[in-house]
Write a protein that binds this ligand. Structure first.
Ligand SMILES: C[S@@+](CC[C@H](N)C(=O)[O-])C[C@H]1O[C@@H](n2cnc3c(N)ncnc32)[C@H](O)[C@@H]1O
Length: 228
């Protein structure tokens, strides 16, 4: 499958079976054990980002781009903390769900705007650009392009997460659980941390904080990089 095909498949997936699956995982209703494990793992990643940004004590008014925002799991608490968020996702369904969740929590007037957009078509400048758990859908060469584009919009900081290649065997064994049934059509790509760091550095960033979330079925390496 080539890179363009990956994007078409990912968009289709997150507007159909993937939407139903991930909306449940990123919610608080009843789910199966595997989905619960992934929900808890993902929440840890979100909580780590929130703890880093809260520790800096400058969230109010900070401009943040959340690229591939899903149902708004990160954007909504960041907007609650006073940051100005531009949240976008390739999936119309994900964005509609995120908007509904934002309205339920924040009401109609808030500092959070949404758009349906492939992250490569995003533009503008933000203090911080964040892209969580999106790179798993793209191969290395595409990840390099994406990070480079996201970096060009980040005035100060870029935060990305990815499934690290070091966990390859474990993850590959579990991939059937990530994408059961028809959604197996969506490939999961692992990335070597050294490669991601190299891409960040070649775009003028250096890694400041890092974390790893590892549960039974969820693996995510999180890097915060700032302009060197
Ligand atoms: C696993 S979810 C993570 C969602 C969110 N970042 C979070 O951590 O809660 C991956 C999301 O990336 C979106 N996505 C995948 N490829 C994308 C692309 N090229 N541009 C924008 N969004 C994309 C999907 O539609 C999906 O909502």
């Amino acid at each position: 499958m080539n890179v363009a095909d990956d994007k078409i498949v990912v968009k289709e997936y997150f507007n159909n079976t993937g939407f139903d699956r991930w909306r449940r995982i990123y919610g608080d209703g009843e789910v199966n054990k595997v989905q619960l494990d992934i929900r808890q793992g993902h929440q840890q990643t979100v909580d780590t980002v929130l703890s880093w940004l809260n520790a800096d004590d400058n969230l109010a008014g900070l401009t943040i781009c959340d690229a591939g925002c899903g149902v708004g799991s990160l954007s909504i608490p960041l907007a609650q903390a006073g940051a100005k968020i531009n949240a976008s996702d390739i999936s119309q369904k994900m964005v509609t769900e995120a908007k509904e969740r934002a309205e339920a929590v924040l009401g109609n007037s808030h500092n959070l705007t949404f758009s349906v957009q492939d992250l490569e078509t995003l533009s503008g400048k933000y203090h911080t650009v964040i892209c969580l758990d999106v790179l798993i859908h793209y191969p290395q060469e595409k990840a390099a392009e994406m990070i480079s584009h996201l970096g060009s919009m980040a005035e100060s900081r870029l935060i990305v997460s990815f499934a690290p290649k070091t966990c390859a065997l474990t993850l590959l064994k579990k991939i059937g659980s990530f994408f059961p049934g028809p959604s197996k059509a969506t490939r999961a790509y692992l990335h070597r941390e050294s490669e991601i760091v190299k891409i960040l550095e070649s775009n003028g960033f250096s890694v400041q904080r890092q974390a790893m979330t590892r549960t039974r079925f969820y693996f995510s390496r999180l890097l915060e990089a700032t302009r060197s």
